[in-house]
Design a protein around this ligand. Structure first.
Ligand SMILES: [Zn+2]
Length: 414
């Protein structure tokens, strides 16, 4: 922990907290990024110094990292205080702030942007690294995803692999990246999006799939047998010894049960009994606004964030089959200006239900739905969307800035 900080690091930490507090006070977000930036200017090794002596887990991947970090934090809190970047500031500035704000926390659960994993491995010397999945982001092409997996593989090998890796056995890119490490705990976390892993990342040959199993027809890279999995029936996780841990999650969908399995696998490496950890996961009701339930005029909205093709597909698996669905799409800078990726998503599962379309790029979405034969109504904004559906439950799926707009409409609900 930070008891042995140098005077310079202590000064940097004080400045960081002040900058973050000022930023919050002036309504510019939670101040994590600016605080971290100030701290790292004063002491470039601040992240390393603040991480020293703590038990750290890094969590990375394209989708599910914020939720898995939240679950892991809930599980680790069974045994002690946990520093975490719970609001998704997942670059080194955010990590530095998370650690500075929790000087007494013995544990740290840090969500890590995929492109910063190497830097964090060096700076935070993690005990455990959880690797969830890799798929194309709205800005990327599939080749860039493979290049990222190659970078991870190189980084993990170079780090001397002192960490234990918890990795998704169902994602060939993750398996390839993690298999250079001597200690890997495999989780059957699933892969709803297989378009980016039709070919072997190791040799480029075709991957054969039989049910859950996959195997390269050329080099033999294949699905390792998982120690942790999501039970096929009921809501539960099955551990390495075959024991079943019941989940009673408030967060919806198979994907979140898989995130819970990863969190339990991570927590058990820190010595937390999964039977003790599992009930703690059910207390998580929302994650930085994701899955939050809000009410207006008798409409009970559940807010789902879906940033990329895999995320949209996963959200369709999470929503209840009956209620109306509101889809909101923007294409501002962080979303990517090009919305052509929506053609990679299959919308046909929405056919036959009431669908309302909004957001800056609602007409793009409308054309896409037309192509898939889904009936829809186009409206100007979330208020009009609410007015267009009857009272009762409503599922809302939105991409990044569209989601933040809706969250703002409901006073930045968490
Ligand atoms: Zn191969």
């Amino acid at each position: 922990m930070s008891a042995n900080l140098t005077p310079r690091a202590k000064f940097a930490t004080t400045l960081l907290r002040t900058a973050a507090a000022l930023s919050r006070a002036t309504g510019r977000g939670d101040g994590s990024v600016i605080g971290g930036r100030v701290g790292l200017i004063v002491e470039p090794r601040l992240l390393e110094l603040l991480a020293e002596g703590r038990h750290v887990v890094l969590i990375s991947g394209t989708n599910g990292k914020t939720t898995t970090t939240r679950f892991t934090t809930a599980a680790l809190e069974a045994i002690g205080k946990v520093a975490t970047n719970s609001f998704g500031a997942n670059m080194p500035t955010g990590h530095t702030t998370a650690l500075a704000k929790a000087p007494k926390a013995e544990y740290a659960a840090l969500e890590c942007d995929e492109h910063y994993l190497g830097q964090l491995l060096d700076a935070a010397n993690p005990k455990v690294v959880a690797l969830l999945n890799l798929s194309r982001d709205q800005l990327d092409r599939a080749m860039e995803v493979t290049a990222l997996a190659a970078k991870w593989r190189q980084t993990l090998q170079a780090s001397g692999a002192q960490s234990t890796i918890v990795a998704n056995a169902d994602d060939p890119l993750i398996v390839w990246a993690a298999s250079v490490c001597p200690r890997v705990v495999w989780v059957a976390a699933g892969q709803s999006w297989t378009a980016d892993s039709a070919i072997c990342p190791n040799c480029g040959a075709h991957l054969d799939r039989f049910g859950e199993f996959w195997r390269c027809t050329n080099c033999g890279l294949n699905r390792p047998s998982p120690q942790w999995s999501v039970a096929h029936q009921g809501e539960a996780v099955v551990g390495p010894d075959g024991r079943r841990y019941d989940l009673n999650l408030q967060l919806p969908g198979r994907v979140n049960r898989a995130n819970a399995a990863t969190a339990l696998a991570v927590a058990s490496l820190f010595g937390v009994d999964p039977a003790q950890a599992a009930p703690r996961l059910s207390e998580v009701a929302s994650v930085a606004g994701r899955y939050a339930k809000v009410e207006r005029d008798g409409r009970h909205l559940r807010l789902l964030l879906a940033k990329n093709p895999a995320g949209w597909l996963e959200s369709f698996d999470m929503i209840d089959p009956v209620p109306p669905v509101v889809l909101s799409l923007n294409a501002r800078e962080v979303d990517g200006f090009d919305t052509s990726w929506i053609y990679d998503v299959d919308f046909t599962s929405l056919a036959g239900r009431k669908v309302v379309v909004t957001g800056d790029r609602r007409t793009d979405l409308a054309v896409r739905l037309e192509v898939d034969g889904v009936d829809f109504l186009v409206v100007d904004d979330i208020r009009a969307a609410i007015a267009a559906v009857p009272p009762g439950p409503v599922e809302v799926v939105a991409n990044y800035t569209a989601f933040q707009d809706i969250r703002a409409e409901f006073n930045r609900v968490n």
